[in-house]
Design a binder for this molecule. Structure first.
Ligand SMILES: NC(=O)c1ccc[n+]([C@@H]2O[C@H](COP(=O)([O-])OP(=O)(O)OC[C@H]3O[C@@H](n4cnc5c(N)ncnc54)[C@H](OP(=O)(O)O)[C@@H]3O)[C@@H](O)[C@H]2O)c1
Length: 296
């Protein structure tokens, strides 16, 4: 393998890709852009930045290929063909599109089979956050591949977090984080919907109750306790509520939402998880025991 060069191809110049392109252009790296819709790269061409009319042309002109497409399907549409395979040798491919771990590992196998290094990089933030150099990119891939990717990814101004050599680990971690964010947001929106229906102030709900709860620290302590449980570590018994008490509280939430004629099917599914864990003998255990319903 050659060492990481400064010639970069960026495949995909959508909302996130254009934020990456702007940072890479500002860093002075030699860049070639490709996008399916030419209109998105035309402004760059007018500024004298190299653009390509075919993926294979962009990749042929680069040492490091950064991919930022919609998803795995778009990635396979653009990359998995003989023409691209023939020009990948001794290059490095960095997959920044959001994918699953299995999709990342399958791409890594194909890329490696063409004598090309591979790094899975999952972006945790919005395009504007990346433009402001405040984004984080979680990366996985061999140490050698990561060393080659580092100067290019650093040029985006992002904080890099290398989580290990196994391709796909970055995707697992970022999808785990997304699971937290999305479910927490849905929970907050459910609360806001309840407030709207009951004509209770959303500001009181968010500022006085929710943020106060988060600031008091019990939430962070619960997260740390769950982490220790998931690691199989011993820790002192919690004086917090038992799982069966949590379920009663959750059933109150469902009742309140039903009275307010809100959608509750997703809440019923969570109630089933409580029932399974309690039926499995974890009724007196901490809320962390709910993980048993997810893993068994
Ligand atoms: N936006 C965010 O806040 C954010 C945050 C973290 C991660 N991400 C990830 O970043 C990636 C890009 O997101 P984005 O916000 O830039 O989305 P976007 O603005 O919709 O851009 C999608 C890109 O994929 C291209 N594309 C889609 N299907 C294609 C296909 N079949 N063949 C070729 N090109 C195809 C689009 O090309 P056209 O321009 O021709 O349509 C465009 O360049 C996604 O995986 C997303 O999950 C985004």
């Amino acid at each position: 393998m050659t060492s990481c060069g400064s010639r970069v191809a960026l495949i995909g110049v959508g909302n996130m890709g254009s934020a990456i392109a702007d940072r890479l252009v500002a860093s002075g790296l030699e860049l070639t852009l490709w996008n399916r819709s030419a209109s998105r790269i035309a402004p760059y061409a007018r500024r004298g930045i190299h653009t390509a009319t075919a993926v294979v042309q962009a990749i042929g002109a680069a040492d490091v290929v950064v991919v930022c497409l919609l998803d795995d399907e778009a990635t396979r549409d653009c990359l998995l063909n003989d023409a691209v395979g023939a020009v990948l040798s001794e290059k490095l491919l960095v997959q920044l599109s959001s994918v699953t771990a299995a999709q990342s590992q399958a791409l890594a196998r194909w890329v490696n089979s063409h004598d090309c290094g591979y790094v899975d990089g999952q972006i945790q933030d919005y395009p504007d956050t990346l433009r402001d150099a405040r984004a984080s990119i979680v990366c996985s891939g061999s140490n050698e591949a990561y060393r080659r990717a580092e100067p290019v990814l650093s040029a985006t101004g992002s904080r890099l977090i290398h989580v290990g050599e196994q391709p796909g680990n970055a995707a697992t971690l970022v999808n785990a984080q997304l699971s937290f964010c999305i479910l927490a947001y849905v929970g907050a929106l459910q609360g806001l919907a309840l407030c709207q229906r009951a004509k209770v102030s959303p500001t009181t709900f968010v500022e006085t109750l929710l943020l106060d709860y988060v600031r008091k620290g019990a939430f962070v302590e619960d997260l740390e306790k769950m982490m220790r449980d998931a690691n199989g570590e011993q820790h002192p018994d919690s004086p917090g509520a038992a799982l069966e008490v949590w379920q009663s509280a959750f059933q109150l939430v469902i009742g309140e939402c039903q009275s307010a004629r809100l959608e509750v099917s997703h809440l019923d599914a969570i109630d089933v998880l409580f029932g399974r864990a309690i039926g499995g003998g974890y009724g007196k255990a901490d809320i962390a025991a709910l993980i048993k319903s997810l893993t068994t």
